[in-house]
Design a protein around this ligand. Structure first.
Ligand SMILES: Cc1cc2nc3c(=O)[nH]c(=O)nc-3n(C[C@H](O)[C@H](O)[C@H](O)COP(=O)(O)O)c2cc1C
Ligand code: SF4
Length: 512
């Protein structure tokens, strides 16, 4: 009997040795004369257990992890028995997976990402087929009715965006998938591209059908070589099968960006796609009216597009039934930084921040108390423990001058120095600025210098007032959110952790 083993080929799993584990499994099977079939899957997103391998048994798949090549002979000699120290049991039974509601990531880690047969047998193409049977206008109504908001950061209703493009008259329209994923601690786009690329292809095809676009681009940063390879192979397979190309009246091309944070901003991304240096364009015109090559363009985040198939397949109501307030459906929350159980947790909106980082994330990896959590990437606010009751919801976070962004949560323990984190935000803005407007280009540099003075204890109060003034200018004088949101990390650090901005004086007072 051939034994089926599942080993992830996600970049996260490969980084900690998944390829070597797969090779060791093959070599050991050969040595023992056993027949094995190794299926390379995506990751289930339990990164602290990677490489997590699974074995097919009559009772379903059983997981073991984290596995090293050295564990392989012992594992095979024990015939993957339940008594082995790396035995984890059924993956679905692991608390981290059991508590999730997997809609967008339902197939991730289960299927071979490059098997069209796997994709179809796990419900693939049902969304596109239903969209075609409903027609373009009703497809857009479904997406609107689902309450789906853009998962790239701004949370704009996806259905409204699609309708704007559909209603704009033009000879050509485009679908652009924003897979630049520049936010700190985020990897949902990468995981979906490496673990379930046909889902993104199906989502883009649905968007194309809905708005009348015949061509799509996936914009991926060069730091994601595995995602680029997997998407390119998946597109070629879909083309060979007639699911993309002339018969399907939709084709897709992958474009690789150099990896500037600002190229994730939609207009800058369009400049980059057109072959220019990525610089932010003034809006209006909106990309929905005048986007790529001057044509109406849907620019959506990879997860927004990858959510469309489930919405169409199971209906808007099923998706809208999940969530909290105006934040409908599920969000792939990515736990990162100093956290014990780092991984991707897909759940309906509404979980409290404390539940997410302390219960689900298991607290810090260092074992020290959590002091701060930065939500929503490098431009997101730092939240202290006293805000851990905040529900995960676009409006609740905005009310606290924060962001959900692309769903990243970066955890810090009590050794963090928040004055240095505030300086880091200004440095990030200076490094990543596209240079088009003065507050962002120059203000960020002056901000860093001022923060250095505060850290040294020079004229603290006057310099803090200067930082606040500068943040107001950044917020209201910047053309895009790179400069406009830099005040979030800076001001939240000052507001919630004021003692870190007064260290030299406090140290002197303590010495007296
Ligand atoms: C500086 C900056 C960087 C951004 N980076 C990304 C990114 O990496 N990925 C992304 O999807 N959206 C990013 N955005 C948001 C995009 O401009 C845009 O709102 C989004 O791609 C729209 O898709 P959605 O409606 O599906 O979220 C960024 C915005 C700014 C201002
Ligand atoms: S805020 Fe910064 S990144 Fe945005 S347009 Fe202005 S200079 Fe460019």
């Amino acid at each position: 009997m051939t034994r089926r083993l599942f080993v992830p080929r996600d970049a996260g799993a490969r980084a900690v040795g998944a390829d070597r584990v797969a090779a060791a499994l093959e070599a050991e099977a050969r040595r023992l004369g056993q027949a094995v079939e190794i299926v390379r899957t995506g990751s289930r997103g339990l990164f602290w257990l990677e490489p997590m391998i699974e074995v097919e048994t009559p009772a379903g798949r059983i997981a073991f992890g984290p596995v090293t090549p050295r564990d392989v002979p012992e594992l095979m000699a024990a015939d993957f028995s339940a008594g082995h120290r790396l035995h984890l049991g059924r993956p679905e039974g692991l608390p981290f997976l059991k508590r999730q509601t997997r809609i967008t990531f339902a197939r991730c880690g289960i299927v071979d990402p490059l098997s069209l047969a796997d994709y179809r047998s796990h419900g693939g193409w049902r969304g596109l087929e239903r969209a075609k049977s409903l027609g373009a206008a009703k497809t857009i109504e479904e997406v609107t009715g689902s309450g789906l908001r853009g998962r790239g950061g701004a949370g704009f209703p996806t259905g409204v965006k699609w309708k704007t493009v559909a209603d704009t008259v033009a000879d050509r329209k485009y679908i652009v998938c924003n897979a630049d994923e520049g936010d700190s601690g985020t990897y949902a786009d990468r995981m979906i591209m490496e673990g379930d690329p046909f889902l993104l292809i199906e989502g883009m095809a649905i968007a194309g059908f809905a708005v009348g676009a015949t061509r799509g681009y996936v914009y991926i940063r060069s730091e994601y070589p595995d995602a680029v390879r997997t998407m390119e192979r998946a597109i070629a397979l879909a083309e060979a099968d007639g699911l993309l190309g002339p018969d399907a009246k939709f084709d897709i091309e992958v474009r690789v960006g150099a990896g500037a944070y600002v190229c994730g901003e939609e207009t800058s991304l369009l400049d980059s796609l057109e072959g220019r240096r990525g610089q932010v364009r003034a809006k209006p015109p909106l990309p929905a009216h005048k986007g790529l090559f001057g044509k109406p363009t849907v620019v959506n985040n990879a997860i927004s597009l990858a959510t469309a198939p489930a919405i169409l397949a199971d209906g808007a109501d099923a998706y809208a039934a999940l969530g909290f307030g105006r934040s409908r459906g599920t969000m792939p929350i990515q736990l990162a930084g100093n956290v014990r159980y780092a991984g991707l947790f897909e759940a309906p909106f509404g979980l409290s921040l404390g539940e997410l980082v302390e219960e689900i994330g298991g607290g810090t990896r260092s074992g020290r108390p959590i002091r701060a959590v930065q939500a929503g990437g490098p431009l997101g606010a730092y939240f202290p423990r006293r805000l851990f009751d905040t529900p995960y919801d676009y409006e609740a976070y905005a009310e606290l001058d924060g962001l959900i962004g692309h769903g990243g949560l970066v955890v810090f323990d009590d050794t963090v120095d928040m004055a240095h984190q505030a300086r880091f935000a200004l440095e990030f803005c200076a490094l990543e600025s596209c240079g088009k407007c003065t507050p962002c280009r120059l203000g960020s540099v002056r901000g860093m210098e001022t923060m250095d003075r505060i850290i040294r204890g020079e004229r603290r109060d006057a310099n803090l007032a200067l930082i606040e003034d500068l943040c107001q200018t950044l917020k209201f004088g910047s053309l895009c959110a790179l400069g406009g949101f830099t005040p979030y990390p800076v001001m939240s650090a000052i507001k919630h952790f004021p003692e870190d901005f007064d260290r030299p004086r406090l140290a002197a007072a303590a010495a007296d």
